[in-house]
Design a binder for this molecule. Structure first.
Ligand SMILES: *[C@@H]1O[C@H](CO)[C@@H](O)[C@H](O)[C@H]1NC(C)=O
Ligand SMILES: *[C@@H]1O[C@H](CO)[C@@H](O)[C@H](O)[C@H]1NC(C)=O
Length: 295
């Protein structure tokens, strides 16, 4: 049977929330490296050293600072993104359920932008929570959880602050979504239709790892900018951040946090798509048994 099926809209959201539980510690390390404004030096502690210093100073639990923000971000951003992508894909796919690169990119971009907007508030809170321990005590925000963060931000800085960094976030969403989803689908198609692999675990694993590698590298610069804009209490724009970074930190500054970023996105992409394929198989099994002939 061809691949022209639809699945419940929330499958993607569940898959990414599950993945986030595994990868949030890398998010914390990533954010802390990305907000380091000094020029990179040979003597800088890398990702592992930063992580072990954090644990030594604050205990293991600090690696889960901002988890509620992270999960809520996935629940909003990724549910929207995956659901919209599937809806649009359903509209644009040909009879065999296949999508041209052009139409796949279109689906990615629309779903990424809308997802980025919906997920922005939780993103701001998550980044501020993950960065909090780095700040001097007087500057710490100490949000207790994502909803405390929302109310405090609205009270102290106004509703608009929840949408701070929305421009780099939309750009990032486009870049992540198109590089991740489209390269996953395209690599899968190549492996299955041209290399002759079957639709199994090995194929899903290979697609996930390659899609993650592409996505991390493409998205690093805009991710660093987004993190800084969202963290800052001052109203600073993406372009201003970009030019001042270029001047003070050079090109390498835009790849701060690349390693934890891949260590996050790699397994994140992997767990997401493995969970998603499992959910789909489980659903197909139930649907075939439960309602024969209506697939
Ligand atoms: C992050 O926000 C804190 C609190 O406003 C600020 O002290 C710090 O300089 C910010 N870091 C960056 C890189 O903007
Ligand atoms: C994209 O999808 C539309 C609608 O199904 C289709 O008419 C069009 O040919 C597709 N474009 C490409 C480049 O395949």
């Amino acid at each position: 049977m061809p691949d022209a099926k639809t699945y419940p809209f929330w499958f993607g959201g569940v898959a990414t929330c599950f993945a986030t539980l595994c990868t949030h510690p890398f998010d914390v390390v990533k954010v802390q490296l990305q907000t380091n404004e000094a020029k990179l030096r040979r003597s800088d502690p890398g990702a592992f050293k930063t992580m072990s210093n954090l644990v030594k100073r604050n205990g293991w639990l600090c690696l889960y600072d901002g988890l509620s923000g992270s999960v809520f971000r996935q629940a909003t951003y990724s549910t929207t993104r995956f659901a919209l992508y599937d809806i649009i894909k359903g509209q644009l796919a040909d009879k065999d359920g296949r999508l041209s690169i052009l139409n796949a990119s279109l689906a990615s971009i629309v779903s990424g932008v809308v997802g980025g907007i919906v997920g922005n508030p939780a993103d701001v809170v998550m980044i501020r929570m993950a960065n909090d321990r780095k700040l001097p005590l007087a500057e710490q925000r100490q949000y207790r959880h994502v909803f405390d963060g929302f109310t405090r931000i609205i009270k102290d800085e106004g509703v608009r602050c929840l949408f701070r960094g929305i421009n780099p976030n939309m750009v990032r969403a486009i870049a992540v979504t198109s590089s991740q989803l489209a390269s996953y689908d395209q690599i899968k198609e190549i492996l299955i239709f041209h290399v002759g692999w079957s639709d199994d675990f090995r194929t899903h694993l290979t697609c996930s790892l390659l899609a993650g590698l592409v996505a991390t590298t493409v998205c690093s610069p805009v991710d660093v900018i987004k993190t800084r804009v969202m963290n800052s209490s001052r109203r600073m724009g993406a372009i201003g951040t970009l030019t001042s970074m270029l001047k003070n930190e050079g090109i390498r500054g835009f790849f701060k946090g690349w390693l934890p970023s891949y260590m996050r996105l790699g397994p994140h992409t992997l767990v997401t798509f493995l969970t998603l394929e499992r959910l789909r198989q489980w659903y197909d099994g139930h649907r075939r048994v439960g309602t024969p002939g209506t697939a």
